[in-house]
Design a protein around this ligand. Structure first.
Ligand code: NDP
Ligand SMILES: N[C@@H](CC=O)C(=O)O
Ligand code: NA
Length: 430
């Protein structure tokens, strides 16, 4: 039986420094929970000249990953360096060397998770990744353990802290997009390349991880319909508010007998919907299970200490398994073949914002296009546009398929500029 556990930390940035802080500050609690001391033996950094506010002894720092990965006295590798290929290689190397691995890396888990989990199974090692989705929320553990008895039919959530922070600041404090993004970056919420956040790719990766786990199948990034924040035009957030909605970046994933559909996009969310009041860097995920019905998890989705909480909980799980000598017993093989359904079958109400020439007959030409596609309209509003002789028309549809919505948008292009369009969620009226 081991009498101490040593950690090799790959990365000492936002998340890594939070992990070091918790491991140091909660040392006695960890010792009490596990019965043995847990300590950081080596830390991988990139830039030796960077000013660090960590209380770790600088003698543990190295710029050579091999020094950590090949150290036989290190039991657990904690990968919080980010990036894809180098991080994947480090995880692979660690698993092949029989070490337990904890990662916060959704890019790697979305791209190579299936392969790495199989390798972990083969090597009888743990590969934990709680922090990869919804930073401080125990969502992976909930799907793997808490709801293991149920069959999940759908998931819906706000899974990117940066975009939720930006949208909240723009709405509540009238902050510009650029200033809000800079603030999210300063606070450590944004990715090293924040285009992953604002383009919806980070959220899509998280939906890949959640959907694969919830539906016990392989879901790939290319399966996800992704629309980013660039789709949002000036004035859209105010228009949403005027109609009783809040603009949110929402990830959704549904399973039925035809397959799985996954999407990430900005949507108009009814103000009465619980997700509409999830603000700043907070995340929330709704899970619908056949037996449990509806449950929702809420908490911080990004940031140093909240994310590190999940990482350290994974470290504790790996330590417990080490002490019991039962690592790698989770068996991650997918139960079902991969069947992906186009999100175009999905029904919803839609918001369409158009710019048209303000002239006789334009409205009837427009509505004829909706009729041609059997798309029924809930409301039509017109107001003057900034430019002379032009008008803006806002149409809300009744429930139609995404395919109908796309067909309408395509045909509208002949007589109008489509300024923006969004799916409407959580509005059960007509
Ligand atoms: N920030 C957050 O809120 C969350 C982040 N994550 C994920 O956690 C991971 C880490 O994110 P975060 O802490 O924000 O990232 P940071 O950019 O703040 O930190 C990365 C750390 O890794 C080190 N590093 C990066 N590349 C190398 C390399 N090639 N060789 C050696 N060291 C390297 C950096 O070294 P140096 O300090 O010398 O530059 C730095 O210490 C990412 O996968 C991210 O997606 C997950 C949930 C939330
Ligand atoms: N950049 C991510 C960090 C956590 O995963 C986010 O903003 O959610
Ligand atoms: Na989590």
């Amino acid at each position: 039986m081991k009498n101490e556990i040593s950690i090799g930390l790959l990365g000492l940035g936002t998340v890594g420094s939070g992990v070091a802080t918790i491991l140091q500050q909660h040392q006695q609690d960890l010792h009490h929970k596990l019965g043995v001391p847990v300590s950081i033996k080596k830390v991988l950094i990139k830039n030796e000249n960077k000013e660090r506010f960590s209380t770790l002894d600088p003698s543990v720092f190295t710029t050579n990953a091999q020094e950590i990965l090949n150290d036989p006295s290190i039991d657990i590798i904690v990968e919080v360096m980010g990036g894809i290929e180098e991080a994947k290689q480090a995880i692979e190397h660690a698993l092949r060397a029989g070490k337990q691995v904890v990662t916060a890396n959704k890019d790697v888990m979305a791209e190579y998770g299936h392969e790495l989990l199989k390798l972990a199974d083969a090597k009888k090692c743990d590969l934990f990744y709680e922090a990869s989705v919804a930073g401080g929320i125990p969502i992976i553990r909930t799907l793997e353990d808490g709801l293991a008895s149920d069959r999940i039919s759908s998931l819906m959530g706000i899974v990117n802290g940066t975009t939720n922070f930006i949208l909240t600041k723009m709405k509540q404090e009238n902050m510009s997009y650029e200033v809000a993004l800079a603030e999210a970056t300063r606070l450590g919420y944004a990715e090293a390349d924040p285009s992953a956040d604002v383009d919806g790719v980070d959220a899509a990766r998280k939906m890949v991880i959640l959907s694969s786990l919830a539906f016990s199948t392989e879901v790939h990034l290319s399966d996800v319909l992704v629309r980013g924040m660039k789709e949002i035009r000036d004035g859209d957030m105010d228009l949403a508010e005027g109609f009783g909605y809040t603009m949110k970046m929402v990830g959704s994933s549904k399973k039925n007998q035809d397959g799985i559909e996954v999407a990430v996009e900005p949507v108009f969310l009814a103000n009465s919907h619980l997700l509409a009041s999830v603000n700043n860097e907070f995340n929330a995920v709704y899970i619908y299970g056949d037996a449990v019905g509806e449950t929702m998890l809420y908490g911080p989705g990004a940031g140093s200490l909240p994310t590190a909480t999940s990482v350290v909980s994974d470290i504790i799980a790996a330590c417990r398994n080490l002490l019991l000598e039962v690592n790698g017993k989770r068996l991650h093989a997918a139960q079902h073949d991969r069947v992906i359904k186009s999100a175009n079958h999905r029904y919803a109400k839609y918001f369409h914002r158009l710019l048209v020439k303000d002239e006789v007959g334009v409205l009837s030409n427009l509505t004829a296009i909706y009729s041609n596609h059997n798309a029924s309209l809930q409301s039509v509003k017109q107001h003057p546009a900034g430019n002379e002789g032009m008008a803006e028309i806002i149409l809300l549809t009744h429930s139609i398929s995404r395919q109908q919505h796309l067909d309408v948008i395509e045909d509208l292009k002949d007589i109008a500029s489509v300024i923006s369009h969004y799916r409407i969620e959580g509005d059960e009226s007509a």
